[in-house]
Write a protein that binds this ligand. Sequence first.
Ligand code: C2E
Ligand code: MG
Ligand code: MG
Length: 592
Amino acid sequence: MSEQPTNPASILVVDDEVNGFDVIETLLFDQGYQLYYAPSGEKALEFLQTCQPDVILLDVMMPEMDGMEVCRRVKAGYDGQYIPIIMVTALTAKENLAQCLQAGADDFVGKPINGLELRARVASMLRIRQQHKNIEQLCLQLQSNNQNLEAEVAERTKQLQQRIHYDPLTGFPSRTSLLETLERELSHCQKYNQSLALLYIDCDEFNLINSSLGYEIGDRILVAISERLSSYLKSEDRLFRTGEDEFCILLKSIKDTKELSETAADILQLFEESFVVESYETFISVSIGISLTNAEYQNPQDMVRDADTAMYKAKTKGPGTYRIFDQELKNAIGKRLSLENDLRRALERKEFIVYYQPIINLKTEQICGFEALIRWQHPQRGMVSPGEFIPCLEDTGFIVPVGLEVMQQACQQLKTWQEQGATDLEMSVNLSVRQFSHPTLLEDLHRIIQTNNIHPSDLKLEITESAIVDNPDATVTSIQKMRQAQIKLAIDDFGTGYSSLSYLQKFPVDNLKVDRSFVKSISENHRNYYILQEIVKLGQALGMTVTAEGIETETQMRQLQNLGCEYAQGYFFAKPMSGEEATQLLREKIAV
Ligand code: C2E
Ligand code: MG
Ligand code: MG
């Protein structure tokens, strides 16, 4: 910014004697300033109401209002406070000058006025004035920038609000909108005793569309779905896009569940026709969960949650189905929640115990190991089997600490038996998918093995085929680490999961536990006999031993012996039993 004023600088000269003005005018004659004259303090103040000079030259000695008073008043005013004032005075004693400064003056020149001094002082004050003007301008600029910024922020906020409330892809209201609308509608329904239904619609396996046709086509199909859904709706109903492949419909004035079921069936039917985008024709089905208003819904989230739960339930029935959230579902969820709570407490209260089922060497017909099988000693229900609670433990991830507890108990029991003389025993422990992929599994195993002072090769972990197939890369690494640590591995329920045998080469384990469904009908069903024969041969070829599960009769045992199967386990030999019972059994059989 230039320091030089572009317009001529203006100077107001205040003096009761016109001669005083004349002297100054003469002295500043060639400086290019614009001079104004005020013959009294009042006139000067009057002048300042309309004009803003750059400097004021103010005579001190004036009748009525003297220069000091004028100076004070000018500096007290909003417009005058930044105008530099040079006092013109014959009284140049220090105290007089100090009084001038106290009154707010910026400088002074003594009378008689020296031209050089006057010009220098005026120029100096003009510089200060210009600097102040520059700052003022900067402030104005800043103010305007600020205003622009505020306007921009306001615009962005508006856009953001729009984005929060509307889905940019389909243009339909979003999940936030749904919750807000639902909140209003719920209180309306309660007030006027009306009903409202929420349909939670989720596309079945939409990820397959994205992965096979790409996200661009996927997006266009989603737009087409939203259009198809909205074309079905009545004017008072509302469609929302609440997630990637999720839509919600709010249906007002629904009469009864019969009408609701018809509507859901109609919506499912909308998807019988294919979607064509570019040259791709695809069929998509949806699963629908429905919640209906009732007095219990105090907030929108609850109603959405129940519709969502019903939708997941519908998905378990198969694609293209709907489910209304009803009392039955509510009870099931209640039961499940209380099971979760009970299980949480069960670990603290040490209600989990381990049963042991012997594994028999078919050549020697002697016990060669045990499988540790968890039991829940429920304070009211008695002994609960794992089938009832393992899935819940897996879903909640609680299987990890519970599984470690089983492992600890089993290893401790093994050590006790070894110390009592049964040195050739192996302990098999089941591991679920969640446990097998848990990052601290190996550390935990090492700790338990060390604490109980057993040899790692006395421990055999049973994993299911799904644990392998679900996460093949991580499994290869885990299996390698287990092998390095000398811990044995078995594939449990072999033959029930994935019939592909190719993974056996990739995942070298020590043992295959053939599922009991093969053993069960071995004598009546020749097919199963041959399958078992092949599995035994396959195991031998790959260097794996084979254990047959679920032997219930002597005939089954003999047949498996004929097939050359190494190990067996089943009710024929013994059912799973407590640690004490197993100790007793060992005593009888091998005189521990
Ligand atoms: P699994 O590992 O295949 O265990 C064998 C199951 O078959 C056991 O059921 C056992 O009692 C039963 N069984 C053994 N012999 C016979 C027989 O001759 N006939 C019949 N009908 N059944 C027989 P259980 O103890 O109810 O365990 C069921 C499943 O629960 C186990 O199947 C295993 O997958 C799981 N499980 C048990 N304990 C644990 C554990 O500590 N951790 C994990 N992750 N899973 C466990
Ligand atoms: Mg098992
Ligand atoms: Mg099994």
